[in-house]
Design a protein around this ligand. Structure first.
Ligand code: DC
Length: 228
């Protein structure tokens, strides 16, 4: 994909999928294996939601959130071995995973102005990659952020498998509560972008019956065959 005015060629791998599909950890491991960068786009929506909470910004209406974009200083590490998320000078890598952030992030992510602002930001981060390729994961990467990516993948798993994985990650939280939160977030998010069905030209990788290493291998093999 030509991302820098035609001088440098970076292979862009776009991966979409629902919560709990293993997208983030699979994308990061595949990037490591391929010597690529890795961009977690959900982290930006989470960082914005975190900042709204910290600054008491009203997320029920779009106005204050849109206004806050003007002073949103965001940075993210795209080296898969040096992942970090910062808002201003504050490291929020862990904080953005807190349930209080997950609970409101969909409200922030459905504001069209927020989406177009972040889509531009993602494109400039992709353009800044100096490695041979970058794996970009989220919900609208194959369709909106990088529809002309060389490799486009929808990573899915049955709802049962996704819930099981997510509750294993969140030890101490009841499986039932986790399942409820996950399916309500997916329901809200899928009103904005369709990440449950593969768009034209997108390859589906169903990880329901694959373990982690097998899923990473499936992605790496697809990149090696499709990106030449
Ligand atoms: O992948 P995640 O759970 O970290 O994503 C956080 C939220 O951001 C999720 O509710 C959906 C939203 N999101 C989005 O709308 N578009 C993206 N490209 C990535 C995430």
């Amino acid at each position: 994909m030509d991302v820098g005015g035609g001088i440098r060629m970076t292979t862009v791998v776009a991966i979409d999928g629902p919560a709990g599909s293993g997208k983030s950890s699979v994308s990061r491991a595949a990037a490591r294996e391929l010597g690529f960068d890795y961009l977690d786009t959900g982290a930006a929506y989470r960082a914005l939601a975190w900042r709204c909470i910290e600054h008491g910004i009203d997320t029920y209406g779009p106005r204050d959130v849109i206004e806050s974009l003007g002073s949103f200083e965001y940075s993210i590490g795209i080296d898969p071995d040096k992942f970090f998320v910062r808002v201003g000078s504050e490291d929020v890598t862990e904080d953005i995973r807190e349930p209080r952030v997950s609970a409101i992030v969909s409200r922030v992510a459905r504001i069209p102005e927020v989406r177009s602002y972040l889509v531009e930001l993602f494109r400039s981060i992709i353009a800044s990659s100096t490695r041979p390729g970058i794996i970009v994961e989220g919900r609208d990467i194959t369709t909106v952020v990088a529809p002309d990516a060389e490799v486009r993948i929808l990573l899915t798993a049955t709802e049962e498998a996704r819930m099981g994985r997510r509750s294993a990650e969140l030890a101490g939280v009841s499986a039932e509560k986790t399942a409820q939160e996950l399916s309500s977030r997916d329901a809200q998010d899928s009103q904005v972008v369709d990440f449950m069905n593969a768009a034209d030209g997108v390859t589906t990788v169903d990880s329901t019956d694959l373990d982690f290493d097998q899923t990473v291998l499936a992605v790496v093999n697809l990149v090696r065959t499709q990106a030449g």
